[in-house]
Design a protein around this ligand. Structure first.
Ligand code: MG
Length: 369
């Protein structure tokens, strides 16, 4: 590959609807779009998915920017690469910081796919041309407004609904949802709001036939998740806990979960995500692709990943218009009857909407090779 220029674009976008979980509320998203240009006029794009504070994992916008500028861009510049799968190994020189690594690695994959004149999903080995779309709805002020939002999303065709739960907003809320929507494919994400002391309380969730309960305990609590999974009929899904292939192996060995929510940014890139996908497939672990309130660039990468055969559950991959007044890509991502159709254009399959992109941009930094 002939990488000539790397640009870190910083953007800020206002969410259509503020998103609240057990730990934080997000009404505006700041992130970086990494652009990598080759010598033949092609650009590959990736997106950082960290938030402005370290409530999800330890990374933030500022730390991803710092790691990219000080370490990862110089590492990528240090020697040529012939295939994007080499980036994962090169970045092993830097401990942690998976979201910073993933954004740069995504851009390399996109550029490579464009150089091959092939869609990224084909390069990754994807088999599904249609992605089932699920939607994640944050904590609302009232149960009534949550029920109204669920009603709305069902009428838009979404295949499953995920709600956020925390102590005081869980069994009571799920009971109301179940009585209004008895057969809705439904799941609940706790973002680590509980501990093993809540075991008896969490056992009550079994009565709601949930698809899964996501990340009830702390991210590093593999042992207690295993105890919970043994006592719960509802499958446990891990999100924050799985930051690498090694974490996935630990969770599978201990029986900490039956399902993994896979996010490219959280695990350090597409190669690591594909390695986890292969392991999950081998062990019969259910898989779906999570979301981080991405713009269209990150969303397009998620869609390519979700085309792999192990993704058997609907992901948090919604339409652009669910999140944004206007997305930074054209065309926008559209959900029709709960399905997103992948296109066969080269790379991620979407172009930048230059006008929106520039309106949202707050800064940029360029590195030439
Ligand atoms: Mg989650």
């Amino acid at each position: 590959m002939n990488i000539r220029k790397i640009t870190l674009h910083r953007l800020k976008m206002k969410l259509k609807h503020p998103f609240r979980n057990s730990l934080s509320a997000v009404s505006e998203k700041e992130f970086s779009i990494v652009e990598i240009e080759n010598g033949s006029g092609l650009s590959g794009y990736g997106e950082t998915v960290a938030f402005d504070a370290p409530w999800y994992t330890e990374e933030t916008n500022e730390t991803t920017q710092y790691m990219l500028e000080q370490f990862l861009v110089p590492l990528l510049k240090a020697a040529p690469i012939s295939h994007p799968s080499e980036v994962q190994q090169r970045f092993q020189a830097v401990k942690g910081n998976p979201m910073a690594k993933a954004a740069l690695e995504e851009a390399v994959w996109d550029l490579y796919a464009k150089e091959q004149n092939l869609p990224l999903h084909r390069i990754l080995g994807g088999v599904n041309k249609e992605i089932a779309a699920g939607i994640s709805i944050g904590i609302e002020n009232t149960i009534e407004s949550l029920l109204a939002r669920i009603e709305d999303k069902i009428s838009e065709g979404y295949k499953r609904v995920k709600i956020k739960i925390k102590p005081g907003w869980d069994v009571n809320v799920l009971r109301e949802i179940r009585s209004a929507f008895p057969s809705l494919p439904l799941m609940a994400d706790a973002n680590s709001a509980y501990s093993l002391r809540d075991l008896d309380h969490l056992k009550q969730l079994d009565e709601f036939s949930l698809l899964m309960i996501e990340q009830p305990f702390a991210h590093n609590d593999f042992a207690d998740h295993a105890v919970l999974q043994e006592q719960l009929a509802t499958p446990v899904c891990l999100d924050e806990s799985i930051q690498s292939l090694a974490d996935a192996r630990t969770a599978i060995a201990l029986g900490s979960c039956r399902i993994i929510n896979l996010k490219i940014g959280r695990v350090g890139g597409l190669q690591e995500a594909m390695d986890i996908h292969n392991l999950a497939l081998e062990h019969g672990i259910g898989l779906w692709c999570g979301g981080m309130l991405e713009s269209g660039i990150g969303r397009a990468h998620n869609m390519a990943l979700a085309s792999l055969p192990g993704f058997t559950l609907p992901g948090d991959i919604g339409s652009s218009s669910h999140y944004w007044h206007e997305d930074i890509i054209v065309p926008e991502v559209i959900v029709e009857k709960g399905i997103i159709k992948l296109n066969d254009l080269p790379g991620i399959g979407y172009r930048l909407n230059q006008e929106v992109f520039e309106a949202c941009r707050t800064g940029k930094k360029t590195f030439s090779l």
